[in-house]
Design a protein around this ligand. Structure first.
Ligand code: MOS
Length: 739
């Protein structure tokens, strides 16, 4: 089905099942431990051996020798494959660093060996016996130091959206020079780790030339293509299966070393191999969100109207990598005739940077929305009023492109009322409760809505049961549930008559889980397949398909009705289709909006910050399931608190690695760090986005949170921080004298 004109009324609008806060249909399996993750699939292949990955102990250079004699003689060892055993493997287009092979080390903990043994402990023990000699080379590990050598860089379309290297509208420099009120500040965000609970894990089994990978991957079709390319085998010979995923956040968008080394280990061992990346390997072996240094300049008239806005971002990556698209939202969020955005990319020899939840907007808004708060203060205007004055209903760089829907002002005003914004003191450092300095902050949330082609197959059986198959993944987001709701609505059956099967590369290729496109796009693919199935059912029953109504397990047309299953008969019926998108995304700007509100207390003596209350008001199209959508948003808000206050991969600039590569040293919020969180969804249907009239919401929830925390900390203390994470050491010597 081609979606190239705005959606009109369709069966989803009935909202009998879609739009209801139904429980996750995979919930009972998740809570009883019967939804197996990749490493737990003991039953899929007999005689599984255990693999353990050894990572390089240098940041850049060459492996000159590997002595595996002791390891090979160790108890239980079945096979060892080292990087010196083969030339560098090919790599798929979505990997920057090589995943294995050859002597060169491009980054710390790049995989250099896999040991296969009878038990996990034996594999790990033997891996520690491998003696490696290196020729170390100097590397580039310091983003700020490499900044002057950075080159302008564009971003291809991807999870962070496309952005040209430099974009100009009007005359930024002239307008900024003439602006009566202006700001020119620099903000930094650190490298961050996805830190998902389930590590990258794979069980690999060969059957002749055919490879099956039971793995944990967000994008099955990408993974399948890249496995084939990396191992040099035909794509038809590769099957991926990933029905349950314990978190991804972008870290499992791409093929990683677990899958490649499980496959190589299984080949060498001549039996299935199961392998998980040990937690201490994940920070440096896999991808991370790159650090940024962002300069923002804003010029405005005394009434608050922005006349000039510039956002320039510097980030780093390995040779051949790409920039963090931190300027993405600044192209679209506020009006202003004179504009400049630019991205620069420094070559670094740190591990590969790549997408992490809301790549681009998440770190970009951590800078822009603090700059907006600072500018509002300089203008003497309330931060919400300042954003309202600069609202735009069209793409400010291309005014003939309207937003499909844009309710930013409504998000901010609704949030202000619900949060009690009027009780905020405009002057910072005024509210004291015992030892706590208390303040409120606000930030706009913004994330683009991307759409991706997505396919599905729908079967109807003789009893009226419906089964959906698609290679869509559920990374904890609720895909199973909203897909079941979609099929139930379309076929007119109760939710418990729908079975959903996901994550298998033998199913039709879907949008996958990335860039907050998965929910809207994958359900739209199911919608398309169901439209086909409805037509086939009506035809088989001799009904006019335009008149046929699917409800209560029956099909009705005129005076006739028949049980749905009757059409299927004993053999069942099947329909398959893919939703494909035309140029609506070019003619309209599709984005999602939020108002994020945060109240913090800062300990007047120690500088410790505690978040006290949070509210997100979201406008993101039709909400397919308010319960799972809310869960997505509160999870993302939690991640935003981590980015604001805790998360930072500490770079060892001498040796080139992330030092805190475990969950003891890499801090993320725990329950005790997170207070009451509230989420409000504004009523919205967006017929430009898809037949579902929905948009993405899973990444919107993080976008703006960090800045709202920063702005609340400023309101509490009068100390302005521009350097994340905002740990107490950065403010303790600047706190007001309170005793
Ligand atoms: Mo997302 S960072 O595209 O999983």
């Amino acid at each position: 089905m081609k979606f190239d004109t705005p959606a009109t009324s369709n069966p989803i609008d009935q909202l009998k099942v879609v739009g209801h806060p139904v429980d996750r249909i995979d919930g009972p399996r998740k809570t009883t431990g019967t939804a197996p993750y990749a490493y737990e699939r003991h039953d899929v292949a007999r005689n599984q051996a255990y693999g353990h990955v050894l990572g390089a102990g240098i940041g850049k250079g060459r492996v000159t020798a590997m002595d595996t004699a002791a390891a090979r003689a160790a108890p239980g060892v079945v096979a060892i494959v080292t990087t010196l055993d083969m030339p560098r493997l090919e790599k798929g287009p979505r990997n920057t660093a090589s995943l294995f092979g050859g002597p060169d080390v491009q980054h710390y903990h790049q995989a250099i060996a896999v040991v296969v043994a009878e038990t996990f402990e034996q594999a790990r023990d033997a891996a520690a016996m491998i003696r490696v000699e290196y020729a170390r080379q100097p590397g580039r590990f310091d983003l700020a130091a490499e900044g002057p050598k950075a080159q302008l860089a564009s971003a291809e379309s991807g999870e962070g959206g496309a952005a040209p290297q430099e974009d100009r509208t009007g005359d930024f420099e002239g307008a900024f020079a003439r602006a009566p009120v202006k700001l020119d500040e620099t903000y930094t965000t650190p490298d961050e780790s996805h830190a998902m609970m389930e590590p990258h894990a794979t069980i690999a089994a060969w059957d002749g030339e055919t490879l099956t990978l039971w793995t944990s991957n967000q994008m099955i079709a990408w993974g399948r293509t890249d496995v084939a390319k990396t191992l040099g085998i035909p794509e038809e010979n590769v099957r991926l299966d990933s029905p349950f995923i314990g978190g991804g956040f972008g870290g499992k968008l791409f093929l990683r070393a677990d899958a490649v080394l499980a496959a190589l280990g299984a080949k060498a061992a001549r039996r299935p191999v199961k392998l998980a990346l040990a937690r201490p390997l994940m920070a440096n072996n896999t991808t991370h969100r790159p650090a940024t240094i962002q300069r923002i300049r804003i010029g405005a008239q005394p009434d608050g109207r922005i006349t000039a806005i510039a956002h320039e971002s510097l980030s780093g990556d390995l040779e051949g990598g790409g920039p963090e698209t931190a300027v993405a939202q600044t192209k679209l969020l506020y009006a202003g005739a004179n504009r400049l955005t630019a991205m620069r990319l420094a070559v670094l020899d740190l591990p590969e940077g790549n997408a992490m939840r809301a790549p681009g907007e998440a770190p970009g808004l951590m800078a822009l929305e603090v700059a907006m708060d600072e500018m509002a203060e300089r203008l003497g205007i309330d931060p919400i009023a300042f954003r309202v004055v600069n609202d735009t209903q069209v793409d400010p760089e291309a005014p003939d492109r309207p937003f499909s829907q844009r309710q930013l002002i409504e998000c901010l005003r609704t949030g202000a009322e619900r949060f009690g914004w009027s009780r905020r003191s405009a002057t910072p450092g005024q509210r004291r409760e015992g030892r706590w300095l208390v303040g409120m902050g606000v930030a706009a949330g913004f994330r683009n809505n991307l759409v991706m082609a997505s396919g599905a197959r729908v079967r109807l059986d003789g009893s009226g049961g419906v089964t959906v198959e698609t290679d869509m993944t559920d990374i904890g987001t609720g895909s199973y549930t909203i897909i079941a709701q979609t099929a139930a609505e379309m076929m007119g059956v109760p939710l418990d008559r729908v079975t959903v099967r996901l994550g298998d590369s033998s199913f039709p290729v879907s949008a996958g889980s990335g860039g907050q496109w998965g929910g809207n796009s994958s359900t739209a693919g199911v919608y398309a397949a169901c439209v086909k199935l409805r037509e086939a059912v009506a035809q088989r029953l001799g009904f006019n398909s335009a008149e046929a109504v699917f409800a209560d397990g029956e099909v009705r047309a005129g005076n006739h009705s028949a049980p749905l299953g009757q059409a299927a008969g004993a053999d069942g019926m099947v329909a398959e289709d893919t939703i494909e998108y035309g140029d609506l995304a070019k003619r309209y700007q599709q984005s999602t909006f939020a108002g994020h509100f945060v109240e913090v207390g800062v300990d007047a003596a120690t500088g410790e910050t505690r978040v006290r209350r949070m509210l997100a008001v979201c406008a993101a199209g039709r909400i397919l399931n308010p319960k799972s959508a809310r869960s997505q948003v509160i999870g993302a808000m939690t991640m935003g608190v981590g980015a604001a206050l805790m998360e930072e991969l500490a770079v060892d600039k001498r040796h080139g690695f992330f030092v805190n590569h475990d969950l003891a040293g890499y801090e993320v919020p725990v329950h005790a760090d997170i207070p009451h969180q509230e989420v409000i969804f504004l009523d919205e249907v967006d017929p430009i986005s898809s037949p579902m009239k929905a948009k993405g919401v899973g990444e919107l929830g993080i976008c703006g949170v960090g800045a709202a925390v920063a702005n609340a900390m400023y309101n509490a203390t009068g100390v302005r921080l521009r350097d994340y994470p905002m740990t107490l050491d950065k403010m303790i010597d600047r706190l007001p004298q309170v005793v």
